[in-house]
Write a protein that binds this ligand. Sequence first.
Ligand code: SAH
Ligand code: SF4
Length: 356
Amino acid sequence: MKPSLLDFTQKELLSQIKPSFRVKQIFGWLYHNYAQNFDEMKNIPKALKDELAQKFIVNPLKIIKKEESSDGTIKYLFELQDGKTIEAVWLKMKEEITDEEGNITQESKYTICVSTQVGCKVGCAFCLTAKGGFTRDLTAGEIVAQVVNLKRDNNHKHNRMINIVYMGMGEPLDNLDNLAKAIEIFKDEEGLCISGKRQTVSTSGLSNKIDKLGELDLGVHIAISLHAVDDKLRTELIPMNKAHNIASIIEAVKRFPIDTRKRVMFEYLVIKNKNDDLLSAKKLVKLLSGIKAKVNLIYFNPYPGTEYERPNRADMIAFQEYLVNHGLLCTIRDSKGIDISAACGQLKEKTQNELK
Ligand code: SAH
Ligand code: SF4
């Protein structure tokens, strides 16, 4: 498998490609024009392109399926060079607003949800990605390419803002080197220029790796997939909680460098009759006291064969109200793309079943 040009920071490309002004041009083709191959790079001499094509490819991903939801969410299934598949999601967060004269006063805002691995080692009981086991880490270029391809496919100009959440398939902190490289490439001001503040790493809670990510000081946000307030239930849901228990995660979060204006997000997957009661809400308030936290309640999204159920709306709202009344910021994640197999891993699973 040849590496992709998207695997490298600009600095790394500068050490491999001469003369250096060509690197700036190539970087422009990659991140401002979203070039898919060398042919598209019009002002690069053919001899250099031929030389590069011996060693590199441009785009490591192929879109093999797209599902569009009525709310503007688009779910993509990509094929990698080795035939494996991953998902990424294009999420519309805010609608475009126009004034009476038809001028745009607020552009629509988008977030891209990207994958970091093919499969996942963590093996959460509720997660469809976990069912297929772990295949391999994504390279930095395969992570970067998800954003490039989604921006290209949606005609989203390079200088329009975008947020990235590492919430697709896989555990980002289990692939920390490639993740960190991808974050750096996204941040390049001559590339996509997506600052750390616009990137959120979601983790199931590898506490030692939360520390490592903090030490890298990339300026990113973290989201912790907490899902339970006691270790017994959390270990049932997320087996590696045995090694990284709730207390160790909370300690690691307290050490994590965060922008003082920002909050740490805690994701809480709500499962009917498992963790949707007010006693859990009460324990959650206690657990997060002293942390500038924001809780995001997520409806469990069922799939065929799962023993878990989606919670009732009324229980969800009561849970939220309890947290809010006790001083915690709390949102309920609206069911974006619920009509298109919303949770991670579900499009892949569906496609595999259809192909069988
Ligand atoms: N591995 C990381 C990031 C990817 S999972 C993590 O676990 O945080 C992203 C989110 O999808 C997690 O918060 C996870 O709990 C959620 N998720 C997984 N399966 C789900 C399901 N069936 N319904 C709703 N959310 C789910
Ligand atoms: Fe992996 Fe996250 Fe799924 Fe758990 S929820 S198995 S950590 S992708």
